[in-house]
Design a protein around this ligand. Structure first.
Ligand code: BGC
Length: 756
């Protein structure tokens, strides 16, 4: 890390909602013998840096959102090619972003700072010496070589509400050396603890893809509506030919349309999600916002009638490497899987969030806990999740108990709650399984202990977690519409089951870390928690109290039943599901486990019926309704096409996409048998009339893949094992039930499938 000579600088006034974004600039001189120039940039807000009129780098919405008071990411750029001998200029626009703008539904802003503030340090390396151009307060009276602050085209900006840009007010060449800042003023020092600065560790947020418009329709009120054919996170780029000077264009974003063809904006809640562009009147103007983002598929345009070539959707998210793929013979299932991928993309914007469209976009712990096995399969999440875990631990230390989201906006301490709180153990555990690196467990160990130990103090005389707030089986479709926490399954049953899973993981983690006293302590706690679960919630025969699919699935998947009880519980679960025609009757807590529970108790057929059901609510119902992302509730849009007005109808929420993990492991048949994929399980279980499936995953050792196809009674299977790994292969429908272990390379089999 460089020695910081720079300070944060800002406008002299606090910023009010709807204020123009500050533009900062300064000129300086470069000597002829420059060897290398490195620019370090961050902001309280989101920053676009410039050198001599050129935008530096491709990172957007930098520095993303972290627990800023403790860790604020600094971007580093080699700007040598952008400099020339003699006069040069540095510039930056700083939007409100997460630090200054409003966050959460309460409408409160200024969570970290009362105005956007800039931090830049340019290091000019010459032979034998380094000159530094830091952000620092202007002298009075100000000179061109001082940092100065003005305003430009960005008239208003907010992550939730959108951006207004008036091209007539953009000072031409404002970040070039020859610009004369007539009405710009001094920048003042803005107090901020520089110990919080760290070089950015997580991948940057970038423009990843562009989509053309798929269709243009007309709203009932007569405005053009753009349909990009895909619910996505990002914004729209406009390309205007010969706009009128002052032409005022408004773009309102939404995830869906009403059956009448109007924008359905309810899913945005209070987020205005509206961009505005006022044209300068040039022959061609191209504009896109940069200080906001929207979750949308549709946009209504007022003040302009665009043709198809004049608009592009810009897809943004953290720039992560893709690690997992799946494809099969059922197009609806393929779309479901693609929807999972799109919801992951739409919600990994600097940190793992719940949704990209409404007044939240928070790093909710429970959502990631449900989704983490799918996330680690689909993308390399070491950077994004690793950074988020750091923030979770920081916030836990600060407020003294496990926050339900990180970074934390609402600073009040919260009671520990199952699935959300368990994330501090379950998420690092899954990261360890995926990447095989014990370090993540070591890093999180202290915080894991404090969560698990805190819950231990809350257990009653019967070793039950039976008091305090719980989300329960959040978003159970049978919960009252506006009370997603009031699902059918007893929330304390859910809590006890998750706590049992967590204490079992803690026992193993303690062992791995050589914490033998802790391992004994957690083993004893685990035994007590499990015994209490059985006493309170399971009948001798294996009936799980309340008889809900979530109750059965958790008891089965978290190993809370004995062998006899398992068989009975599996049968009950299957008949419960059959009784509902294999539609879904579980929420965030249970849904990821139902198919596994059915399969583990001999009801593979039931698991496929659940997977392939299309009636409402079911996994594939949203697909039949045209969904292109995973919905927060399976029934978010009702069969009549109207939104289910529950206040919780994000159409882009990855949590329930957690079921894709089952698709990878069971339909595709690829799973890690050991942390880091050194041993692999290949065990596809065809069903549901599927005739082929293939999946591949970039493990830490290289590509692993399985593909199988059933044609005219002949089964072919191909397995790819990376160097350094072995795979235990169990082939489906094999006449001799073949089970072999194979080493690295590609292996194929072909045989007459045994009909079951
Ligand atoms: C979010 C959820 C989250 C929950 C917990 C919701 O508003 O969107 O996904 O986990 O709140 O309070």
């Amino acid at each position: 890390m460089p020695q910081w000579q720079a300070q944060f600088i800002a406008h002299s006034r606090p910023c009010a909602e709807g204020d123009p974004a500050p533009y900062f600039r300064k000129s300086f001189t470069v000597e002829p013998d420059l060897v290398r120039a490195t620019l370090y940039v961050t902001a309280l807000g989101v920053v676009e840096p410039y050198v001599n009129g050129t935008r530096v780098g491709e990172d957007i919405l930098a520095p993303g959102w972290t627990a800023y008071r403790e860790r604020l990411g600094v971007n580093e750029y080699d700007v040598t090619p952008l400099l020339t001998d003699g006069p040069n200029a540095l510039g930056a626009i700083v939007g409100e972003g997460w630090a200054v703008g409003r966050l959460m539904w309460s409408g409160a802003n200024h969570h970290y700072a009362d105005r956007p503030a800039l931090f830049m340090q340019l290091e000019l390396a010459y032979p034998g010496r380094t000159a530094v151009v830091p952000t620092e307060p202007s002298s009075a009276p100000t000179k061109a070589t001082d940092w100065q602050v003005g305003v430009g085209g960005v008239r208003a900006n907010g992550l939730y509400d959108g951006e207004t840009f008036d091209a007539r007010l953009e000072p031409p060449g404002w970040s070039r050396a020859d610009f004369i800042p007539a009405d710009w003023g001094p920048a003042i020092r803005y107090d901020w603890n520089l110990d919080s600065l760290e070089l950015r560790v997580q991948p940057p947020i970038r423009r990843i893809e562009e989509l053309p418009v798929a269709a243009i329709t007309t709203s009932p009120t007569g405005y053009p509506i753009l349909d990009f054919g895909q619910n996505l996170t990002g914004w729209i780029r406009l390309i205007l030919d010969n706009p009128r000077r002052g032409q005022d264009i408004t773009i309102r974003h939404a995830e869906s349309l009403t059956p009448e063809g109007a924008l359905e904006r309810e899913t945005n809640r209070t987020a205005k999600a509206t961009d505005r562009y006022i044209a300068a009147g040039e022959p061609r103007e191209t504009w896109e916002p940069r200080f906001t983002f929207h979750g949308f598929r549709y946009a209504e345009v007022e003040g302009w009638k665009p043709n198809r070539d004049a608009v592009r959707a810009v897809v943004i998210h953290s720039d992560m490497a893709r690690h997992g793929w799946f494809e099969c013979s059922n197009p609806l299932l393929n779309r479901f899987h693609a929807n999972t991928v799109w919801s992951m993309r739409g919600n990994f914007v600097g940190l793992p969030t719940d949704c990209p469209q409404r007044d939240e976009r928070l790093g909710w712990t429970g959502d990631l806990n449900a989704f983490i096995p799918t996330a680690t399969y689909l993308y390399d999440v070491r950077g994004v999740v690793g950074s988020w875990l750091t923030d979770l631990m920081i916030e836990q230390t600060r407020v003294g108990n496990m926050p339900r989201s990180a970074p934390l906006v609402d600073q009040r301490p919260s009671q520990p709650t199952a699935l959300w709180g368990d994330a501090i153990v379950n998420v690092p555990w899954q990261m360890f399984w995926e990447y095989g690196d014990v370090d993540v467990l070591r890093r999180c160990w202290r915080t894991m202990c404090s969560f698990v130990d805190e819950v231990a103090t809350l257990l009653d005389d019967h070793d039950l977690w039976s008091t305090g707030f719980q989300y329960g089986d959040w978003c159970d479709p049978d919960a009252p519409p506006r009370e997603p926490g009031r699902g059918k399954t007893d929330p304390y049953l859910v809590a006890q089951a998750f706590y049992a899973r967590t204490t079992a993981q803690m026992t193993q983690i303690a062992g791995l870390l050589g914490e033998s006293a802790a391992a004994d302590r957690y083993a004893e706690l685990d035994a007590r928690v499990r015994a209490a679960f059985r006493r309170e919630y399971v009948s001798e025969r294996g009936i799980v109290k309340g008889e809900t699919s979530t109750g059965y699935a958790l008891a089965l998947c978290f190993d809370l039943l004995d062998a006899g009880q398992r068989a009975y519980a599996g049968k009950r679960l299957n008949s419960l599901m059959a009784g509902r025609g294999y539609t879904i009757s579980s929420g965030f807590a249970g849904t990821p486990f139902i198919a596994d529970a059915l399969m583990a108790t001999g009801h593979l057929d039931g698991a496929y019926k659940l997977l392939l059901q299309t009636d409402c609510p079911s996994f594939l119902y949203p697909v039949t309704m045209g969904a292109t992302t995973i919905w927060e509730r399976w029934d978010a849009i009702q069969p009549d096409g109207w939104l289910y007005r529950t206040g919780m109808t994000s159409l882009n929420h990855y949590a329930l996409g957690a079921v894709s993990d089952w698709i990878h492991r069971v339909v595709g048949g690829l799973a890690a048998a050991e942390p880091g994929w050194t041993r692999i399980t290949v065990a596809p279980r065809p069903g549901g009339g599927l005739t082929h499936a293939s999946t591949s995953h970039l493990t830490p050792l290289g590509l692993a893949a399985v593909s199988w196809a059933l044609t005219g009674g002949e089964m072919t299977a191909t397995v790819v094992v990376p160097a350094g790994a072995t795979a235990a292969v169990r082939l489906p429908l094999h006449p001799e039930d073949l089970a072999v272990t194979v080493g690295p390379g590609e292996h194929t089999w072909a045989y007459a499938a045994q009909v079951q």
